[in-house]
Every structure is written in structure tokens, then in C-alpha cells.
Design a protein around this ligand. Structure first.
Ligand SMILES: Nc1ncnc2c1ncn2[C@@H]1O[C@H](COP(=O)(O)OP(=O)(O)OP(=O)(O)O)[C@@H](O)[C@H]1O
Ligand SMILES: [Mg+2]
Length: 340
């Protein structure tokens, strides 16, 4: 099950009560004007968007642009000043505290950058914790927790304490813990930012796999361009609390809405982002010759492609040919990205 999420004219003004906040927004001052005149801070202003079931929706923007505020209004960790959040037709903004607790327990999980594992519990008990709270019996909770740990690739540390784990493993445990309750929506705030690049790519793959098999709706905050382009179905770019553009990575790169968005995506380098496997096309009869690895970056196969008239076969980790790349395909992808 995955959910449809609709945000309508969501705003947050910090430092003001709801009434004063609404009034300040109506006056239409810019963020800096309002700060100077009243000390109020606009966290988010007038955001309307919808997220489809099963979509991986990435929110990007510079530090302070309002990403965390926006995402925390979805589960009301932050109380909106104006606007509405609808989850499958149910008004989250009208929920009582009790309904909210149930919502966060059963439907929406959040994964933070800090892993927030309980230090005195083993990894498996950390993962099982949410299930236990919802009344699942101990044996069943541990069985499902172990399954989740297998999914994220760390079943072997089930009985360790969090402080015995590397940062990457703690992050996986955090993801397993969010995943195990089978939430319809996963909110992830810079969840992978603390990880080194290799583990980070692995976690992105793990997340994409999970999403593909379980079809969850995911709202993922990132300020890393490569990460966003790699995993997003659609990206929202925020600045000063407002959304500047929403679209697929290809749409935004091809048609940035303004200078801010253009500057954000200027460093986009398909050759360093996509792999041979990303752009290989299936073939009935594989071309002859030494295959390139599906995990090679396009940049790294360029010299070989340049020196070869014939298409290059592309092989997966087990040596199976999964397709081929010819020079035209490679050049198009280098110029425009995977979807070229
Ligand atoms: N509790 C708060 N009280 C007052 N102002 C706040 C509060 N939380 C956030 N803000 C302000 O709201 C704006 C948006 O902050 P937010 O944390 O949403 O940004 P962000 O995009 O998540 O940034 P980062 O990338 O650094 O995490 C900033 O100007 C910030 O200073
Ligand atoms: Mg933030």
C-alpha cells in the first residue's frame, strides 16, 4: 500500500502565533523584510503540490530554504501556520493528537540524519521497537525485524548494540526500523548525508530496491544534486521557503525555471553520475569483444568507446551480458543524461 499526499498552500512562520503569522503572510513581505520589521521567520511559504502513490519525491534547496520545515509539516512535527495536508483524502491538519500518534506509528515513518537508535537495545530490538509499541507480539516482531535487517543487508549485526556499528550500518538499521512497520509514507530528512560516498550509493540502491518491491511513497530531502538526480521520480527545488520548480530531473535540467534553479543544476555531469548499466540497451545478439562492467561510470568507458567502431557489450557483476552501448547512445547520454 502506498499513499497519495496533497499539500495545499502550506506555510510556516516561526516566532509568531498563528494569527500574527497569517497576517504577516498576507502582507506579502519578503522573507528578509519580514525578519527585519518583526523578527518573524518565514520557514515555508504557500507550498502546494501533490505526491503520487509510490513516487520517490525529492526536495532540494540550499541550507535554510525550508526543506525540513516543509517535510515536518507533513506529519505535523511542525504545526503549519496556514494550509492543509491531505493523506488519501484524510485531512492530517485536522487530526487530534491521538490520531496523529496513530498516524506516525502506522502510516508515516521518518528517518533522520542522526540515526536516533536507542543505545541500550540491540539492533534487532531497535528495529522491532515500533512493532512492539503497536502491540505485535515479541516473537513476530523479532521475526519481521530480522527480515527488515536482511533487506537492508545487515542481518549479521542483529544482536550488536548500536555503538558497535559503523555509521553506515547505523543508517541501515535506522532505515530498517522505519521500514519494518510498513509505513505508506516514508519521510527522509538528509537521511544519507552523513555517509561516505560509496556507502551512500549503496544505500540509495537499497532504497530504490525497497521502493520498487514495496511501492512506498517516499519524500526525500537532499542537498546533493547527484543523489537527487539519481533517485528522484520528481524533484522540488526550494528557495527562501518557496518552491521554484517541480519536475522530473530531465525536465528541470532541460528547462530550469529561473537562474537559481539553473545555478543549482549547473554542476550536473551525466558522465560522473550514470553508469553503463543505466544507459545500456538490451540486444538480441550481444556484440563481440571484452564487455564493460555495468557499474562503470560513463566517463570511464569513454576512452574505450571512442576507440571502438563497434558497440560495447555491457556485463553485470556475474558476467552476464545485459545489453550494449554504441557511441551515439553514449554521446547523447553524456550531453543530456540517462533519459536522452
Ligand atoms: N524552530 C525554528 N524557529 C525559528 N526559525 C526556524 C526554526 N526552524 C527553522 N527556522 C528557520 O526557517 C527557515 C527554514 O529552515 P529549515 O530548517 O526548514 O531549512 P532547511 O532547508 O532544512 O535547511 P538545512 O539544509 O540547513 O537543513 C530558516 O530560515 C530557519 O532559520
Ligand atoms: Mg534541514
Amino acid at each position: 500500500m502506498s499513499a497519495h499526499l496533497e499539500l495545499t498552500q502550506l506555510s510556516k512562520v516561526f516566532g509568531a502565533g498563528p494569527k500574527a503569522g497569517r497576517k504577516a503572510l498576507q502582507q506579502g513581505h519578503s522573507k528578509s523584510e519580514l525578519l527585519a520589521s518583526s523578527g518573524y521567520v518565514i520557514g515555508v511559504r504557500d507550498v502546494s503540490l501533490h505526491i503520487e502513490p509510490g513516487e520517490l519525491f525529492v526536495v532540494m534547496g540550499l541550507s535554510g530554504s525550508g526543506k525540513s520545515t516543509l517535510v515536518r509539516m507533513i506529519n505535523r512535527l511542525i504545526e503549519p501556520t496556514t494550509g492543509r495536508v491531505m493523506l488519501d483524502g484524510v485531512d492530517v491538519t485536522a487530526m487530534s493528537t491521538r490520531e496523529l500518534v496513530a498516524l506516525r506509528r502506522d502510516k508515516m515513518s521518518m528517518v533522520f540524519q542522526s540515526f536516533a537508535l536507542l543505545p541500550h537495545l540491540t539492533v534487532i530490538d531497535n528495529v522491532a521497537f515500533g512493532l512492539r509499541v503497536s502491540g505485535v507480539d515479541k516473537k513476530e516482531a523479532r521475526r519481521r525485524a530480522l527480515e527488515a535487517l536482511q533487506l537492508v543487508g545487515i542481518p549479521e549485526v542483529a544482536d550488536h548494540r548500536p555503538n558497535q556499528l559503523s555509521g553506515g550500518m547505523q543508517q541501515r538499521a535506522g532505515l530498517a526500523r522505519a521500514w519494518v512497520t510498513e509505513p505508506e509514507i516514508l519521510l527522509m530528512d538528509e537521511a544519507f548525508s552523513a555517509l561516505d560516498p560509496l556507502i551512500r550509493t549503496e544505500m540509495q540502491d537499497a532504497l530504490l530496491d525497497l521502493q520498487r518491491t514495496a511501492q512506498r511513497t517516499i519524500v526525500f530531502i537532499s542537498h546533493d544534486l547527484a543523489e537527487a538526480v539519481r533517485i528522484a521520480d520528481r524533484i522540488a527545488v526550494m528557495a527562501e521557503g518557496e518552491i521554484r520548480q517541480i519536475g522530473t530531473p530531465a525536465e528541470i535540467i532541460d528547462n530550469p525555471a529561473d537562474e537559481y534553479v539553473r545555478a543549482f543544476f549547473r554542476d550536473f555531469q551525466p558522465g560522473r553520475l550514470y553508469t553503463a548499466g543505466d544507459i545500456a540497451r538490451p540486444v538480441d545478439t550481444p556484440p563481440v569483444g571484452e564487455p564493460v562492467s555495468a557499474s562503470s561510470l560513463l566517463e570511464d568507458i569513454l576512452p574505450r568507446a571512442a576507440a571502438s567502431e563497434a558497440p560495447l557489450p555491457v556485463a553485470d557483476d556475474d558476467g552476464n551480458i545485459i545489453g550494449s552501448i554504441d557511441r551515439t547512445r553514449l554521446l547523447q547520454a553524456l550531453a543530456k543524461g540517462r533519459d536522452a
